[in-house]
Design a protein around this ligand. Structure first.
Ligand code: SAM
Ligand code: SF4
Ligand code: SF4
Length: 483
């Protein structure tokens, strides 16, 4: 069965249209809408359902409900025909109900901003307040009529949301209604509503910094506001409670892709105790940019893309790497650069360099899978069995959610770790074996340490290699082992 998460559960409300796809650079089926009028909810429902149903029909056939409204039919068949985000699911897969928006509701029409980023095409529209009012009204209407499921995350994505009072009011409403949100902001203006959202535990807030000091900020963001932004970032981080995530973002592109740029950004992250970074490409550069193919996602950008991810992981910063702005070939280049950077930074044994690069890329892909993924489960079972045969006293490093899963897998294979290791051992009372701090490793007769973390495995591996005085202890990093 053909399925698209973006089509099934999302909706984008833009300044002049409602779009049934939240993924950039696709043909993005949608219908025109004038924000000065009511949101055409019934029409949206009909067209969405027909598009979802049609995904499993003949894709060369147009969608009648779509054509009925005179909408452009660029593909001649289904508007999603040929899209690389269509997935094939098993027959047993039952797709979620289509009567509500389940996944993402993306508000894309706030067309005004107080910055001038090099990579952004947004130009402030004269009637932006009207668009702003229409979109906020439209969203409130959808919420009032129960069209938005509580599982839906609401994205505040276009223009700068903090300069619109109405948008900030809407943000407060959706937070008190219990929705989770994703807010993209440049953080030039401090927003008490964003601070509150972070404190409520259901918010993701993302600030594209793309730079690291006053000069580089001015060159990329076009305004002299670095210091204000840094102060606001620090305040948002201080407000962030469990369940919320604050991301700093770096769009790697031709204007910030030198080795010095990337290293300085990583230093900034370490200094400001940033826990999560989003790394993305520039949608307007590279081969995946329709109409912009004169601008190359050049080798240096792809090199820095991979190097940046590796450097951040080495520092113990969780990285959300977004590849959708790169073509498959560009993605492969970026991943190879990541692998080379990891091999250098961890000083891995290069006796078979090609195999090693492949292993690091394989681990990178594995670490992006969820723990219920069949490939990941197979990989771990095989590795754990091999470890059981080779070693007697097994320890696990990293005792969070990943370890709860791995210990269950170990139980199935009749493996009993003698000890767990964690930087916060006091927090862990749930295991049958003791959980100790890394400084106490030498007090136990450990033969092998299995790293149990997908987000921090590089940092843990590097720590163990550098600081353990334990030539007799083997380290198994499941995400650096392709066997
Ligand atoms: C258009 S911005 C609006 C929100 C806010 N002003 C901000 O900058 O975060 C929404 C998101 O799009 C991203 N973005 C803007 N232009 C982009 C481009 N050319 N390629 C990739 N991402 C882009 C920004 O980094 C931001 O995360
Ligand atoms: S199939 Fe592609 S174009 Fe269609 S909604 Fe999904 S991502 Fe968008
Ligand atoms: S801050 Fe956001 S909306 Fe404003 S120019 Fe930059 S990317 Fe575009």
């Amino acid at each position: 069965m053909r399925f698209c998460l973006a089509l099934n559960g999302s909706l984008c409300i833009e300044g002049d249209s409602v779009v049934f796809c939240c993924v950039a650079k696709q043909s993005r089926p949608g219908l025109p809408w004038n924000p000065e009028t009511e949101l055409p909810v019934e029409r949206i429902r009909q067209i969405r359902e027909a598009l979802i149903k049609g995904l499993n029909g003949d894709l060369d056939q147009p969608i009648q409900e779509y054509l009925n409204y005179g909408l452009p039919n660029i593909n001649k068949g289904h508007p999603c025909k040929g899209c690389r985000y269509i997935t094939l699911s098993t027959e047993e897969f039952s797709s979620p109900a289509t009567d509500k928006i389940n996944n993402f509701l993306n508000l894309l029409g706030f067309t005004c901003c107080n910055a001038k980023c090099t990579y952004c095409t947004l130009s402030s529209k004269q009637n932006w307040q009207k668009i702003d009012t229409g979109i906020n009204k439209g969203l409130n209407f959808l919420l009032d009529t129960g069209a938005v499921s509580k599982t839906c995350q609401i994205w505040f994505s276009n223009g700068e949301p903090t300069i619109s009072n109405e948008t900030m009011k809407t943000l407060s409403r959706v937070i008190s209604d219990g929705y989770s949100v994703l807010v993209n902001t440049n953080a030039i203006c401090f927003s008490p509503e964003i601070e509150k959202a972070l404190a409520c535990g259901g918010a993701q807030v993302q600030v594209s910094l793309d730079s690291y000091d006053r000069e580089s900020y001015l060159a990329i963001k076009g305004v002299d506001k670095f210091q204000d932004v840094v102060e606001n970032i620090d305040k948002y981080i201080a407000a962030t409670k469990k369940g919320s995530i604050f991301y700093l973002k770096y769009i790697v592109h031709s204007k910030n892709n030198s080795r010095n740029d990337v290293n300085s950004f990583v230093d900034f992250c370490v200094k400001h105790e940033i826990r999560n970074v989003s790394v993305s490409g520039n949608a307007l550069e590279g081969d995946a940019a329709p109409g912009w193919d004169n601008v190359d996602s050049d080798r240096q950008t792809l090199k820095s893309y991979g190097y940046l991810i590796a450097k951040l992981e080495l520092q113990g910063i969780a990285v959300n790497s977004v590849f959708e702005h790169l073509t498959e070939t560009e993605q492969l280049h970026a991943k190879r650069e990541y692998a080379h950077a990891i091999i250098d930074l961890l000083e891995l044994d290069r006796h078979d360099p090609n195999k090693l690069v492949d292993a690091v890329i394989y681990g990178f892909e594995l670490a992006r899978l969820t723990i219920d993924d069949a490939t990941l489960v197979r990989h771990f079972r095989k590795l754990l069995l091999k470890t059981k045969i080779k070693f007697k006293n097994i320890a696990i490093f990293g005792m969070g959610a990943h370890a709860r899963w791995i210990t269950k897998e170990m139980e199935k294979l009749d493996i009993q770790p003698i000890v767990g290791i964690d930087n916060n051992p006091a927090k862990n009372k749930t295991y049958k074996f003791p959980v100790i701090s890394p400084v106490d490793i030498a007090s136990y007769p450990i033969d092998v340490i299995v790293i149990s973390s997908n987000a921090y495995h590089i940092n843990i591996y590097s720590y163990l290699k550098r600081s353990l005085n334990c030539e007799n202890i083997e380290i198994v990093n499941p995400y650096l082992s392709s066997d």
